[in-house]
Design a protein around this ligand. Structure first.
Ligand SMILES: [Zn+2]
Ligand SMILES: [Zn+2]
Length: 300
């Protein structure tokens, strides 16, 4: 018999962790630029050299994303049966007569390029066509970058981030990527070193930088907010964050968007919070306060 059979859930978790790793690495490139801009560096000037140096990191992130997607498709196949993932002629399998139980990891499993075809053969519903196209694109881009000596070749950083949002949304339409990021960072190894205080800061920072680079339709799809709507500080993110290092992110929107609305939707919390409509005491036009009286426009 075969022991240690992986479940669909095991594959999904590993797949999402890999997407998170790629996201972490690529979004950091944007955060570095954002921080440099904050300190007065002309980011337009450094861009070329910076992106050139970032090429390997982008290629690795693309590769990690692709591996993540492979795990996710394997998860879908494992929902039918993990045994379908095993390939090779039975004569090449490890011997069941050696006296010890066989481990799943001892078997060769399906190659990446065969995953969509096998999935669509055994699953109730085929993978969406645009998802398969993206999967092929990820594989081809990675191969081109890894085997190319062309220094001109760059993978747009936003392209990698958008791919992660796209594949996650296609396979888990009921999930919300910023919430997945929060969970991942809360159990990341850095937490052992005391960085739990900064998880909210980091997720709000990366999401606000990424949100600015997305088209309105993408913002609606992945963050569930209207890009053009006025944004406020989320009271929960504000209290959860480490404000000692500054916290100026405004990602929450009134829902409905009306002058009397007392509900604020935050795409990081993925929750609606109650707010009070009252004029801010400071010299600020804000009239959306949290229940403690903090202005969600100027945070005073
Ligand atoms: Zn929030
Ligand atoms: Zn104010």
């Amino acid at each position: 018999m075969i022991t240690d059979l992986p479940s669909a859930q095991d594959f999904y978790e590993s797949g999402k962790d890999l997407l998170g790793l790629a996201w972490d690495s690529v979004s950091q490139l944007l955060l570095n630029l954002d921080q440099a801009g904050y300190y007065g560096v002309d980011t337009e000037e450094v861009s070329d050299a910076y992106w050139d140096a970032a090429r390997l990191r982008l290629a690795t992130a693309l590769s990690t994303t692709q591996q993540g997607v492979e795990f996710l498709i394997k998860g879908r196949i494992a929902e039918v049966s993990p045994f379908i993932l095993i390939v090779d002629n039975p004569s090449k399998w490890p011997s069941p007569y050696a006296g010890s139980p066989l481990k799943f990891s001892e078997f060769r499993t399906l190659d990446a390029q065969d995953l969509p075809r096998v999935h669509d053969t055994v699953a109730l519903k085929p993978l969406p066509a645009d998802f398969v196209e993206k999967f092929v694109w990820l594989r081809e881009s990675r191969n081109t970058i890894m085997h190319s000596v062309d220094n001109e070749l760059t993978v747009p950083v936003v392209g990698v981030l958008k791919s992660i949002l796209f594949v996650h949304n296609k396979l888990f339409p009921g999930e919300h990527w910023p919430s997945v990021r929060l969970c991942q960072l809360e159990r990341a190894p850095d937490i052992e070193l005391g960085s739990i205080d900064y998880v909210r800061n980091r997720v709000c920072w990366e999401m606000s930088v990424v949100l600015d680079l997305l088209r309105p339709a993408e913002v609606k799809l992945y963050f569930n907010i209207d890009k053009k709507q006025r944004r406020y500080t989320c009271p929960v993110c504000y209290y959860e964050a480490n404000r000692g290092v500054g916290f100026e992110y405004q990602l929450a929107v009134l829902r409905p968007n009306s002058p009397k609305s007392t509900s604020l939707y935050c795409p990081i919390c993925n929750l609606v919070h109650k707010v009070v409509r009252k004029k801010c005491d400071s010299d600020c036009p804000g009239n959306v306060l949290d229940e403690e009286g903090t202005c969600l426009t100027c945070a005073s």
